[in-house]
Design a protein around this ligand. Structure first.
Ligand SMILES: *Cc1c(COP(=O)(O)O)cnc(C)c1O
Length: 406
């Protein structure tokens, strides 16, 4: 693929058609178009409305617990013996990850639009729980679509959603995973046009979702940038985040995109290796195609069938990626690297032991990459890793991988 021309700023996209270069857009059924256009119009008004911003700020502070800390990981730094490692502590947010940032923003948008029924898709159940949480907070009914396979293997999160008052609808189409749940949610949206708001869980889907999710998650990078300037008096040399659909990553990256001295690295799930099919590295091993209303890098077979990804961490096994990441990849501004299941598992254990922090397996992928590069860097250099969530949810998976029983 030819490299697109270098823009003056990497922070101006998408264009009016929702395109980031050749990626993104809104490839949706005719019947969805009016909803998408309405959402775009309402979002454009909301984002500059002081009242909207104040309400989001208030909830972010007092309900979600923002700003999240930028923590100097001294134990890990000493252990690795190179650059200073900082963690952006999204694991400390209410519900235990960055997902609440997006859910609070979108529920306020739903309220503003007068939509009183919330639908969402979920894979591992983390976004389902965050959606059910904000729906409970605002007193809205909430339906969560979840692949039947995922319902069976994520029972604690299914129960959490039910406790929060949400209805979980298992989807048995396809392989019964996230991709199928997302199709079903889009279908529900078209049939319940009047009262329903689709609360999408990552920076993917048709325009304007990738943009609005990015903007709600950019609080991560905006805070981190100000915090490192205050704590170290300068910008970091490297920032790293894991990429599932790409929302925590674009949230950290976006405010740094025009700081050309900052190297930016996104980490995909390398699973059991890129030579087989058991991975979820759409940008390292996929091809551009259209899924869920946008053009982006996708895992596909030779016939263009979308493949199911594999990762040790359920939050990273979406077969696509947000379109802005595809554009940042091709433009060369962001580097995307795979990390294997085993490497993530090792990072999970090391972080737990030397920092007393149990990271989400997703976040452990980003830490694993830091473990590779930090020892080769100078002691006065700085690396920020996004700790996208806490790992309590993953202890059963980890025990199983280690051959133990809880
Ligand atoms: C859902 C999730 C992810 C992956 O989603 P993105 O949209 O790529 O951020 C990463 N980390 C945690 C803790 C998650 O819950």
């Amino acid at each position: 693929m030819n490299k697109p021309a270098m823009p003056n700023s990497f922070r101006t996209g998408p264009d009016e058609q929702g395109m980031f270069g050749i990626f993104g857009g809104r490839f949706v059924a005719e019947t969805l178009m009016p909803l998408i256009l309405d959402l775009e119009e309402q979002w454009n008004k909301a984002k500059d409305d002081p009242e909207f911003k104040a309400e989001l700020q208030n909830l972010s502070t007092h309900y979600a617990g923002r700003p999240s800390k930028l923590y100097f990981a001294e134990g890990l730094t000493k252990h690795l013996g190179g650059a200073k490692v900082y963690f952006k502590r999204e694991d400390l947010n209410h519900t235990g990850s960055h997902k609440i940032n997006n859910c609070l923003g979108q529920i306020l948008l739903a309220k503003r639009m007068g939509k009183k029924r919330i639908i969402a898709e979920t894979g591992a159940g983390q976004h389902g729980v965050a959606s059910a949480t904000v729906a409970a907070r605002f007193g809205y009914p909430c339906v969560v679509y979840m692949g039947a396979t995922d319902v069976a293997r994520q029972s604690p999160n299914v129960f959490r959603m039910k406790l929060l008052g949400a209805e979980v609808r298992p989807v048995s189409a396809g392989h019964g995973t996230l991709k199928d749940a997302m199709n079903e949610a889009l279908r529900d949206w078209v049939t319940n046009v009047e009262d329903t708001y689709y609360l999408i869980g990552t920076a993917a889907g048709p325009h304007p979702y990738p943009e609005l999710v990015r903007d709600f998650q950019s609080v991560i990078g905006t805070e981190a940038r100000a915090q490192i300037l205050e704590q170290e008096g300068r910008l970091p040399d490297v920032i790293i985040a894991c990429v599932g659909g790409g929302s925590n990553a674009i949230g950290l990256f976006h405010p740094f995109l025009d700081d050309s001295q900052v190297r930016i690295i996104g980490i995909e799930a390398g699973g059991r290796g890129l030579d087989g099919v058991e991975h979820c590295a759409s940008m390292n091993a996929g091809k551009p195609g259209v899924l869920h209303g946008n053009r982006t890098y996708l895992l596909q077979n030779a016939d263009g069938q979308i493949l199911d990804g594999h990762s040790i961490s359920a939050g990273l096994d979406y077969p696509g990626v947000g379109p802005e990441h595809s554009w940042l990849r091709d433009s060369g501004r962001v580097q995307y690297e795979p990390i294997l299941d085993d490497e993530a598992l090792e990072a999970f254990q090391l972080t737990t032991r030397v920092e007393g922090i149990i990271p989400a397996l997703e976040s452990a992928h980003a830490i694993a990459h830091a473990m590779k590069i930090v020892p080769k860097m100078d002691k006065d250099q700085i690396v920020i890793v996004n700790l996208s969530g806490r790992g309590d949810k993953d202890v059963h998976t980890v025990a199983k991988m280690l051959g133990m029983e809880i």
